[in-house]
Design a protein. Structure first.
Length: 351
């Protein structure tokens, strides 16, 4: 059995991570660290995990990451941005494999990090040392990596919507995207914008054209083949959902790009992907993937006008699983040389 340390174990993402680990046939939880509920059993923060044998005797420990990960094969980080960056050097020195769910090591450009994350990177010398953990694009590199930066939730959904077009050389102009998200993406601590009595009856936008996942998606799609004119114009929307993301992306292509070519690009990108579905008789929807590591991807094409056509791309994911902890477990499986599907094949619930 491989041993895993969960560092930052009291939030929603950590809950999904722990839930997947207790089901895992090849990985056991060695230690769970947190600055909250110290000395309490893990299920004090995660009632759905109450009494599970795999968690028996595990309590939240307020110990440095180096101590939490000592003797482990992999450290799974569920810490806030900037907190993660300050802790990573000691884990690198320890020699443990790292899968990080924060945004601290997704970007290679320190200036982009400073702009979108509100300050200079704490350890800029580590930028570029982490492999970007989107298996649908970087599977081979992830398998060979010791350090993986799992993608953001919006970034996962947007990239999956647009990746086939980038690989086909069709992203050559600004792309407009709206992404609708559930409240769990804002974390376990209640805030004015996520407090349920307001969120449950409301729609609102935040960080329009300035969301921190924007440069992440641009970097990833440029790596995948997006052309010089491509840029992302993204508006996120808070929705009355507890979990889930639905992305709609509007892409202008030349009028001679026909449906058959688009279908071929999406088929080539996803036909062999274990966690990307393309429904044949409907477009993607959140309830179909909620509680699971699956993503649904689809597209619709408008009529030609003035030499151009609009391709509308859609993605639905669970923000906490494929957009967070599930994808981190998928990456953990890859870096440990395991089947990436381990503990992730359940279909979630409906509705």
């Amino acid at each position: 059995m491989f041993k895993a340390a969960v560092i930052g174990g009291s939030g929603y993402g950590a809950n999904e991570m722990l839930r997947r680990l207790v089901l895992h046939p090849h990985v056991e939880i060695a230690r769970v660290s947190s600055i909250e509920l110290v000395g309490k059993p893990v299920w004090a923060a995660h009632p759905n995990l109450t009494g599970l044998p795999a968690l028996e005797g595990l309590v939240f420990e307020d110990i440095p990451p180096r101590e939490a990960a000592r003797g482990c094969d992999v450290a799974l980080l569920a810490l806030p941005h900037k907190v993660t960056a300050a802790k990573v050097p000691e884990l690198v020195e320890l020699g443990v494999k790292i899968v990080d769910m924060s945004g601290d090591f997704r970007l290679r450009d320190a200036a982009a990090y400073a702009r979108y994350y509100g300050g200079a990177h704490p350890v800029p010398e580590f930028l570029g040392r982490f492999t970007y953990g989107l298996p649908e694009l970087n599977r081979a590199r992830i398998r060979e990596s010791a350090f993986v930066a799992s993608p953001g939730c919006f970034a996962t959904a947007m990239t999956l919507a647009l990746l086939p077009l980038a690989q086909g050389g069709l992203l050559d102009a600004p792309v407009h995207v709206q992404g609708i998200t559930g409240s769990s993406g804002s974390g376990a601590a209640a805030k004015a914008g996520t407090h349920h009595p307001v969120r449950a009856v409301n729609l609102s936008t935040y960080k329009p054209l300035e969301h921190q996942h924007t440069p992440e998606v641009e970097q990833t799609l440029q790596d995948a083949g997006a052309l010089a004119g491509f840029e992302l114009r993204f508006v996120p929307v808070s929705a009355p959902l507890s979990r889930g993301i639905f992305v709609t992306a509007f892409v202008e292509v030349d009028a001679d790009v026909d449906d058959a070519r688009l279908e071929a690009l999406f088929a080539a990108a996803y036909a062999q992907e274990p966690f990307v579905r393309r429904p044949a008789d409907r477009l993607p929807e959140v309830a179909a993937v909620s509680g699971s590591n699956y993503a649904e991807v689809g597209f619709s094409v408008g009529a030609a006008s003035r030499g151009r056509r609009t391709v509308t791309c859609f993605t639905a994911i669970d923000n906490l699983i494929k957009g967070g902890a599930g994808q981190a477990i998928q990456n953990m499986n890859l870096v440990l040389g395991l089947d990436e599907r381990e503990s992730l094949l359940d279909p979630g619930g409906w509705p």
